[in-house]
Design a protein around this ligand. Structure first.
Ligand SMILES: [Zn+2]
Length: 302
């Protein structure tokens, strides 16, 4: 219809449609251009770069967006965090070049530059409170899964945010212990003489790979000791690591398979990480109302 009407235009309109070369927007090309433009942005392109790392599972990392289970406001806020367009002091000083800003040091610890990564996972003042809360909620998801799997708990599972794990759960075949220090959870399979040392971490995306390697390294000595002292056949070290903005390393999925709990459990872990991180950033910025970003700062997302 479009072609026919354009073809019939014999200078009826000043646009002279007949002589225009017809370029239908190519959806695929459009998308490729958009991604290329995104990649070129020095600050906003970093998240895309993070997602393309070989140790990252791209599909799983974007799952929360596919599911669309969060409030649109939360979804938008997390994208702003991932894209680093949050009015932190660092952003105000170096991107907005706000002349009234005296320092870009963190308003809580006053030690490091207040970047978005500093707020989401690196501020020493939040370690004991906000980060621990996020970490524990993710531990609880795993604990409850294991407890039901080995029938150490029965009935209806609770939402993760209402669940409090008992320090020790034990049956004739299995034992699950929660630790105040690391590792977070130990699971003992008595019949097969297996131990699983589970340790959860929620670092920033650029630290995912390093965190996993460090955890494996850290428990290697302990692993050999446990085999000897507890007379076990095998000790598995299971780091469960996902990023503060919900980026999922491939390692997490294999770790869940190693524990023989559904791989889809990562979706709940991702949701817990994202909701907690959004809460952490909101609360942090509320310390200084002038730091809450206005809509003008997120227009590039449109
Ligand atoms: Zn700080």
């Amino acid at each position: 219809m479009h072609l026919a009407s354009v073809d019939s235009d014999d200078h009826y309109t000043p646009l002279n449609l007949k002589n225009k070369s017809l370029e239908f927007p190519n959806k695929q090309k459009h998308e490729i251009d958009k991604i290329a433009a995104w990649r070129r942005k020095e600050l906003h392109g970093r998240h895309l770069h993070d997602l393309e790392q070989p140790h990252v599972d791209l599909k799983a990392s974007n799952k929360w967006l596919k599911l669309g289970a969060l409030f649109p406001e939360t979804e938008g806020f997390m994208i702003a965090i991932q894209d680093q367009i949050i009015n932190t002091r660092n952003y105000k000083k170096y991107i907005l070049k706000d002349p009234h800003l005296i320092t870009d040091k963190c308003r809580k610890c006053n030690r490091q530059s207040e970047t978005i990564q500093h707020i989401t996972s690196a501020c020493p003042n939040l370690t004991q409170t906000d980060y621990t809360h996020r970490h524990n909620q993710i531990c609880n998801i795993i604990h409850q899964k294991l407890a039901f799997k080995y029938q150490l708990l029965t009935g209806k599972p609770l939402p993760y945010y209402q669940y409090t794990p008992k320090p020790v759960l034990e049956s004739s075949s299995h034992k699950i212990t929660v630790h105040n220090n690391r590792p977070d959870i130990t699971l003992i399979d008595k019949q097969n003489k297996l131990v699983y040392m589970i340790d959860v971490a929620v670092p920033n995306t650029h630290n995912l790979h390093k965190t996993i390697t460090e955890k494996i390294h850290k428990y290697t000595e302990l692993k050999e000791e446990i085999v000897k002292i507890w007379q076990m056949d095998k000790v598995h070290i299971v780091p469960l690591v996902l990023s503060s903005t919900g980026v999922i390393p491939r390692h997490l999925l294999s770790a869940l398979r190693n524990l023989d709990i559904p791989e889809s459990t990562y979706m709940t872990m991702q949701k817990a990480a994202i909701l907690n991180t959004c809460r952490i950033v909101r609360r942090f910025l509320q310390d200084d109302t002038s730091s809450i970003p206005n809509s003008g700062n997120v227009t590039h997302l449109a």
